[in-house]
Design a protein around this ligand. Structure first.
Ligand code: GAR
Length: 208
């Protein structure tokens, strides 16, 4: 049985999708803990309500990023994680932290990487006149919003879209591809060659 630790900062809807998929699809894994850097993260209540250990490591209580990252790593390690899932975790992680969980840690970013790293991805896609937008699940590397791509989902950008309508369309796809990608990782089905990730049985890594 593999241990999954999920890191959140807020709403936690991707965390919820992964918790539900793990239970309903009978993964050979359990959500060992949900860890938030914010005490007021709404997702903590869902985790507690589902009997999952819900822990806060408040970044404001630490002098600097390295001290926060060191404590966060210790808390995560205490749950013996096989997989660490960043689900709307809005802190930049130090290279030492990333190295510690290399190829065990994944992130979801609300754009078609490598386009639109960073914040306000939907607004920037609309302003750029993009006709397609989407979301990317990737392994976490020291470079922010980079790292080998595991899965992507694409959605249209419609003429009257606002940041909110586009975000909602993308989020609904996130809830499909993120559980799928985490399951592949748990089941050891991902292969890497020259920084390119493929699925061992050739399952499609693109949701259109
Ligand atoms: C998601 O849209 C996720 O892609 C994004 O934050 C949202 C979290 O929603 N992540 C990032 O922007 C990371 N760079 P959730 O808390 O409901 O899962």
């Amino acid at each position: 049985m593999k241990n999954i630790v999920i890191l959140i900062s807020g709403r936690g809807s991707n965390m919820e999708a992964i918790v539900r998929a793990c239970a309903s699809e009978g993964w050979n894994a359990r959500i060992a803990a949900v860890v938030s850097n914010r005490p007021d993260a709404a997702g903590l209540a869902f985790a507690k309500g589902h009997g999952i250990a819900a822990t806060v490591v408040d970044h404001k209580a630490f002098e600097d990023r390295l001290a926060f990252d060191a404590e966060l790593a210790n808390v995560i390690e205490s749950f013996a994680p096989d997989v660490v899932v960043l689900a709307g975790f809005m802190r930049i992680l130090s290279p030492a932290f990333v190295t510690r969980f290399e190829r065990r840690m994944v992130n979801i970013h609300p754009s078609l990487l490598p386009s639109f790293t960073g914040l306000h991805t939907h607004r920037r896609a609309i302003e750029a006149g993009c006709k397609l937008a989407g979301t990317t699940v990737h392994f976490v590397t020291a470079q922010l919003d980079h790292g080998p791509i595991i899965a992507q989902a694409v959605v249209p950008v419609l003429p009257r879209d606002t940041e909110d309508t586009l975000a909602a369309r993308v989020l609904s796809r996130e809830h499909v591809i993120y559980p799928r990608a985490v399951r592949w990782l748990v089941e050891g089905l991902l292969r890497e060659e020259n920084g390119v990730i493929t699925h061992a049985a050739g399952e499609t890594q693109l949701l259109v």
